[in-house]
Design a protein around this ligand. Structure first.
Ligand code: G3I
Length: 354
């Protein structure tokens, strides 16, 4: 009798939730699943062999996106060669762990291979190349990638179109015609994979400003004229611990979703000031960072059209920020270099638990 009681007690203890409460013991992924929200991270398949990288990713997220390997610079090493291997690894990881895959990206002015960026193509040749690229890549990943950033970062801060190989230098034959080249890319994308969701994605478009106004006007025009667009990606790379630029995020999101579009937060990170040694300048910045994550996630969960929340990487061990800022900023993500959760992680979990 005593033995049975002990065994029952043991089972009871093992079933008790850990942490401060049942919901807080759950991963981001479990909580997001309950809300039918996609929670994702940008990944590098070269790291999947690192156990804590793979374990953390599979435990905490239900969506992945390739940080670089599906871009032209990763997937198209030569004009007549596609390198699908690394992208396929991202898909295989997602299948193995029942995650969704977001695709990034089919048209961008940056990270294009040298043969393309430094080649001399006529607009007709570039147009053919782009159509072929969008078609080949989307068909390869059809049924595997559920949503694509078809076009990435086309606008300048003032809302004008950024000069680029695809727009006007020399462009695909639609130079000086505003967003016509973006429209063309979306039309090719819909034809290539009619089931994939098609997104326009940009940075510094969190709040209401000339750039987010331009994105909104383009999206409104596309919807009005039946140009196939399903959503807008708001990157949310936050470089200052300052809410000023993002305080109107909810209003911006609302006007986009009112058009019948989805919104995804696509690349969130919050870079913190670092000493030359790489240490944090101010420990309290971790809490400020957490509040910014909390704010953006709260706006997203309160807006029914915000279907996904993604961070640009997930461990401070691997993030583009220190390289880009020459070491001035870093520690921008949810997990530290040793994969321990940070205050930002806990803030996000609290938002999802509500
Ligand atoms: O893979 C090569 C490596 O072989 C070489 O030795 C090394 C030397 O520089 O470069 C490596 O490639 C780098 C690549 O990241 C992989 O680490 C490129 O130089 C570097 O330019 C590239 O940077 C990426 C950048 O996009 C350009 O593609 C960043 O990792 C990536 O985080 C960043 O992501 C962008 C989004 O796509 C769009 N929104 C903004 C975001 C941040 O810039």
């Amino acid at each position: 009798m005593l033995m049975r009681f002990r065994r029952l007690f043991l089972v009871f203890i093992l079933l008790l939730p850990t942490g401060t409460g049942n919901t807080l013991a759950q991963s981001l992924r479990e909580q997001a699943d309950k809300r039918k929200l996609l929670i994702g991270a940008a990944v590098n398949p070269g790291r999947f062999s690192e156990a804590p990288y793979a374990e953390t990713l599979a435990r905490e997220f239900n969506m992945v996106e390739a940080e670089n390997v599906m871009k032209w610079g990763g997937i198209r090493p030569a004009q007549d060669k596609f390198n699908f291997g690394p992208g396929d690894q991202v898909v295989a990881f997602a299948v193995a762990h029942k995650m969704k895959v977001r695709g990034h990206c089919l048209l961008w002015s940056e990270y294009n291979p040298a043969w393309l960026a430094k080649g001399s193509f006529t607009p007709e040749q570039l147009s053919k190349l782009l159509e072929e690229h969008i078609t080949t890549v989307m068909k390869h990943y059809s049924g595997k990638v559920f949503a694509w950033d078809v076009v990435n970062e086309s606008f300048l801060a003032n809302g004008k179109i950024e000069p680029s190989i695809w727009y006007d230098s020399p462009g695909i034959g639609l130079a000086e015609k505003g967003t016509a080249y973006v429209e063309q890319a979306f039309r090719w994308a819909r034809a290539a994979d009619p089931k994939a969701l098609l997104f326009y994605n940009d940075y510094d478009t969190e709040g209401l400003n000339p750039k987010s106004d331009a994105v909104y006007e383009m999206a409104k025009d596309f919807k009005k004229r039946g140009v196939p667009i399903d959503g807008v990606g708001i990157q949310a790379h936050i470089i200052d611990l300052d809410m000023a630029g993002i305080s109107s995020l909810a209003a911006n999101m609302k006007r986009l979703t009112a058009l019948g579009l989805q919104v995804h937060i696509t690349e969130m990170d919050v870079g913190l000031r670092l000493e030359k040694t790489g240490a944090l300048m101010d420990q309290a910045d971790l809490d400020r960072q957490a509040e910014i994550y909390r704010f953006v996630a709260t706006v997203c969960v309160q807006e029914p059209g915000c279907a996904a929340f993604m961070t640009w990487g997930f461990t401070d061990k691997y993030s583009w920020i220190p390289g880009y800022t020459k070491g001035a900023k870093g520690k921008a993500l949810l997990f530290d270099q040793a994969y321990a959760p940070k205050p930002a992680y806990r803030a996000l979990r609290e938002v999802l638990a509500r």
